[in-house]
Design a protein around this ligand. Structure first.
Ligand code: BGC
Length: 337
């Protein structure tokens, strides 16, 4: 079958030919991949700064923001029927399973031996077909299929925001998101849905399409110094964004770091102590986060979100991954052509 990914021998991102899928086994489902979104992780993969092929193989099909339809169900798989829309999760358990993986929280894997489809050791969804256990799939109402490519990035946001709100006491009133990409916008909308007053800070000047996208959501946009907030989410993936996020908390504030890389620099330990502030990192998402993402997506203004998505053919994958980040918030490739 057709696939697209990384050839670790020639270190190029290119079309691949993978074996056609076998019939689904016990509890498994055969999927036709309809579309796959591209994010910063895919760009890192395409630059060979991240990623690992399946054991014993020299290539990795990428793609982890996928929307699929069920083609066939295996014996014992009763949750889905052919034609159903689903979004797969990304991470699979370590083996032997650690305490977190054993209790269904692979996103909190403590051994580091987890696998991730399209990223670490398992082929992803830039491939015509995929097989998954039905427990790795979240059902998507047919009416939401057009936006379902946002479910995986939104699941990341859901996990971080649920953790931040749990940690913050008393009830948080204000939120600040650093970064105006898809994750930043989804974080801002989710914080607002939870009843917070929200602002977004990013470096793009007023009038830039990303700044406009924030304002179209009815959310305050700041390209200069942002206001302090109770909950701060770093979603820009830079050291500067991480440091700004930490310094933008109000007393008792909670800050989630989602993308900033390691850095050395001034860390305001004493300020954190005297203001009772919390900084934490968050990666991946649990099945409950995926379900919450589907529920919240249905509440967001669909016309606005549709405007973030630019759909193109699968033959544009190299261009999307290796070219300029471009003006679209979320580029999505039709895989099932
Ligand atoms: C994905 C996560 C994954 C992380 C690290 C992100 O882009 O959304 O599911 O755990 O990359 O590989």
């Amino acid at each position: 079958m057709w696939a697209f990914g990384l050839d670790f021998e020639s270190r190029t991102a290119r079309e691949l030919t993978l074996p056609d899928p076998r019939p689904p086994g016990w509890g498994e489902v055969l999927l036709r991949v309809e579309e796959a979104g591209v994010c910063g992780t895919d760009r890192e993969l395409a630059a060979f700064r991240l990623g690992r092929p399946p054991e014993g193989e020299l290539a990795l099909a990428i793609g982890h923001e996928a929307v699929c339809r069920v083609l066939e169900t295996g014996p014992g798989a009763t949750r889905f029927a052919p034609g159903d829309w689903v979004v797969p999760s990304v991470r699979r358990t370590c083996s032997p399973a650690c305490a977190s993986c054993s209790r269904g929280r692979r996103d909190l894997c403590v051994s580091g031996g987890y696998l991730e489809r399209g990223i670490f050791g398992l082929h992803g969804y830039c491939a015509e077909f995929a097989i998954d256990r039905e427990s790795d799939l979240t059902p998507i109402p047919a009416g939401l299929a057009d936006l379902a490519v946002l479910v995986e990035p939104l699941s990341i946001v859901e996990k971080a925001i649920a953790s931040a709100l749990r940690i913050h006491e008393p009830e948080a009133e204000t939120g600040l998101v650093i970064g105006a990409g898809p994750v930043g916008l989804l974080a801002a909308m989710t914080l607002r849905l939870r009843g917070l007053r929200v602002a977004v800070h990013s470096l793009e000047p007023r009038g830039h399409p990303r700044a406009r996208a924030v304002e179209q959501c009815g959310i305050e946009y700041h390209s200069a110094r942002p206001p302090l907030a109770d909950i701060v989410i770093e979603a820009a993936g830079t050291v500067q964004a991480g440091l700004l996020a930490i310094r933008s908390m109000r007393p008792l504030g909670v800050c989630a770091i989602l993308g900033a890389p390691n850095a050395s620099g001034p860390v305001p330990f004493m300020d954190l102590i005297v203001a009772n502030q919390t900084v934490f990192g968050s990666v991946n998402a649990s099945p409950a986060d995926f379900e919450r993402a589907v529920a919240d997506l249905a509440l967001f203004p669909s016309a606005l979100l549709s405007g973030w998505i630019h759909r193109t053919g699968r033959n544009a994958l190299s261009f999307t991954l290796l070219g300029e980040a471009g003006r679209y918030l979320k580029v999505v490739h039709r895989i099932g052509e």
